[in-house]
Design a protein. Sequence first.
Length: 288
Amino acid sequence: MELLTSIQSIRDIPRYKSLGMTGCILSCDYFATRQNHYFTKEEIVCAMQEHADVQFYTIVNRIFAQDELQQLEEFLVWCKDVQFAGIYYSDPAVYMLAKKYGMENILIYNQDTVLTNSLDIQGYLDLGIKRCVISREITLDEILTIMNRCENKLELMVHGHMNLSYSKRRLLSCYFDEIGEVHSTAKMYTLEEETRKDKMFITQDEQGTHIFTGTRLQMVKELPSLLSLQAIRIDGVFMNSDEIADAIMYYAQILNGNDVDSVYDAFIAKNEELYTSGYLYQKTNIVK
């Protein structure tokens, strides 16, 4: 099983690798969104050369307009040249262009909330892609059912703030214009609904508006039941380097055979207020 994480600095790679990380995600601005940090092509190539024993992935989760496809195609050709282990995507245009260059075998379909059943997932796997990322908005029992029914080309985000919604519309700007105030892109805003007790994070960038859970998902205790997955991933958005390192350490300890209860107790003692089990034990319709 691969243990992957997004990172904020290339300087963190040796530390994360020593803790048990097997692969990291480095993404470029414009082609990726909802990332803590973006890297230049030159930085990525240098990191890949310096850390040849690490698997490198990139994210291409922008929603592309027709006039942006040429830039996408050129970027995918570059991705093929530098030999990423995988490319996370959500827009079908990425698949169509990657197929043109025989790259579909390194694509990872990650549509956040969409992949909730085995039929859909197997349909995407039949296209010849590397793997699919199971939605986090389903229960643990439903995740295990998908794992039993689909071939072993599956990944799960097990740790971090969950993205709940993405719109290309600049909703925060529209809201602040309506109330006569100035929206700051550097500021983190929170959103609170009457039917939810937890606040949500809402941000806006040039690619649109993004809403995240205010608490972080964790699956430390559930990891032993997920070992047949091809990969698990830590999403480091809104997390600092030390918090990412801690997460890698705890999941790696379980993968290395340490006692699950002891690892979980140590994790919860340090982080209980920050984390939640998400929808693992209750369906989403119960908490809407």
